[in-house]
Design a protein around this ligand. Structure first.
Ligand code: GAP
Length: 463
């Protein structure tokens, strides 16, 4: 089972401190969300899983962390200044601003306003999605010489550092550069909770390969990401691939495969239940060429007269110099977190006929790995032992102590936030130096000696 719709997760996220509406005390701000105490842990665990898999467990990937604000020329030569826009229309009747390419059509094939159904729409015009800012003490917001952008993707900071990383880490092809960081897009129609926001985090890998190996490497990364996403506990039934058509491909891409998640299971038409979790593109040699000083156009003019670097690669084995192709798996942290929460969501009825929520997060992703609970919060000896167990476990795993309710309520709270194990300290514990361990998924309980508690948990949690 997974969540019936995103709204189920919105409510759980707010109630339990995963995600809150941003600036809520001032009425909020459209499509801005803040991660609460549990959300930040879950997001960090997702990022760590990605980073560990790529940067630590493989031997061919380096990490970087580039600036959000770059020289404006980066966005000129990447193509974002000219082409990173959505086609915008306004509804003359209800004044809603809409993305033309997302509109449904009526029986006559005319696009209709998704808010009021009117066909009285303005002509479409391109709207650049990059957030503008000025750098330094600019004379005015219109001062072109001070104009800069908040990056709309982390990828460009990797391309502009290609030669730096190549030279300082003494790499040979194939190798990759990974980066996790914020990206900003002034989306025309954001929405669906954290699915589409104006500020979001991306986890991007740019994998540099010989041109003749690009197609094969692309397929390997598609398969690789299928496998990594499965380790997050997301079920196969809620995932599928989408091969972008030639018309849909970005200007730099030769082939792009999107991995879709069933974000909208409540929709009647099966086709509309799916949306993009991530994209995996074969960007060809486009990026390293456009940022290089050497390449020339058909008239013999440099395509980039501003760059001071040539980002080509010399292969010592073949004595060839060329611009590497780039395979780019790019995935958003928000969307991954949403898919993980939706997929982990389960409702179960207990003996008393009460419906309980269980978030079946993998132990790796669970914000809290173990909760230590005293059966009697007024008994000093029990409380002292429970607090000591929490402290002893903490260096090895994220542990919490909670005595703010009866044991049934405490178990239910931990189930709802995905804590794999609860440890209960009771009167008997003071006699036999043992505790009860309760399993979130089976609700089964086991008695375990305090001395073997840490090993038991690290074994079960595989940490
Ligand atoms: N460098 C390539 C690139 O940025 P993209 O398909 O535009 O490609 C990659 O973005 C991923 O970033 C998406 O698959 C999605 O997971 C995430 N993403 C993009 N726009 C987003 C938004 N407005 N809100 C949340 N996540 C977004």
């Amino acid at each position: 089972m997974s969540a019936l719709n995103i709204e189920t997760i919105v409510s759980l996220a707010k109630r339990r401190g995963f995600v809150y509406p941003a600036s809520e005390i001032y009425g909020g701000l459209g499509s801005s969300w803040d991660y609460g105490p549990l959300g930040v842990e879950l997001a960090n665990n997702i990022k760590q899983s990605w980073w560990r898999w790529l940067v630590y467990e493989r031997d061919d990937i380096e990490g970087i962390d580039s600036s959000i604000i770059q020289n404006r020329l980066v966005w000129k030569y990447s193509g974002h200044e000219d082409t990173f826009s959505d086609p915008l229309v306004d509804c003359r009747d209800c004044k809603t601003r809409l993305r033309e390419d997302k509109l449904e059509t009526n029986a006559d094939g005319k696009p209709v306003c998704s808010n009021c159904g009117s066909t009285n729409l303005t002509e479409s015009r391109p709207f650049n999605l990059m957030f503008r800012t000025t750098v330094g003490a600019a004379s005015s917001d219109e001062d072109e010489s001070a104009l800069a952008y908040l990056r709309p993707e982390t990828a460009q900071g990797i391309f502009t550092n290609f030669a730096n990383v190549l030279n300082t880490s003494r790499r040979k092809l194939p190798f990759g550069i990974a980066q996790i960081g914020k990206a900003f897009r002034n989306e025309v129609t954001p929405g669906n909770f954290i699915f589409r926001t104006r500020e979001f985090e991306q986890m991007e890998l740019e994998y540099f390969v010989r041109p003749d190996e690009a197609a094969k490497s692309h397929q390997e990364w598609i398969d690789g990401f299928d496998a990594w996403i499965a380790t997050l506990g997301i079920s196969k039934a809620n995932l599928k691939h989408y091969e972008q058509t030639k018309a849909e491909l970005a200007h730099y891409s030769e082939r792009t495969v999107d991995i879709l998640y069933r974000f909208f299971p409540e929709r009647e038409e099966e086709d509309k239940q799916w949306d993009e979790l991530m994209g995996i593109a074969n960007r060809t040699d486009y990026d390293l060429r456009v940022h290089s000083k050497k390449p020339e156009n058909a008239d013999g003019k440099r395509i980039n007269p501003d760059s001071t670097e040539d980002l080509s690669y010399f292969d010592p084995q073949t004595n060839e110099r060329f611009y590497p192709y780039i395979i780019e798996p790019s995935i958003g942290v928000n969307r991954t977190l949403l898919a993980v929460m939706m997929d982990a969501y389960e409702e179960r009825t207990n003996d008393k006929g009460e419906v309980r929520v269980i978030l079946k997060l993998t132990p790796e992703l669970a914000p809290i790995k173990v909760a230590v609970l005293p059966l009697a919060k007024n008994n000093d000896a029990i409380v002292t032992l429970a607090k000591k167990l929490k402290r002893d476990l903490q260096p090895h795993m994220r542990a919490v102590y909670d005595d703010t309710g009866g044991i049934g309520k405490l178990y239910a709270r931990q189930d709802e936030i995905g804590t794999p194990f609860c440890v209960t300290v009771d009167h008997e514990s003071l006699e036999d130096n043992a505790v009860t361990i309760r399993n979130r998924d089976t609700w089964e309980q086991e008695r375990i000696g305090v001395d073997s508690l840490k090993n038991y948990l690290t074994g079960r949690l595989k940490i």
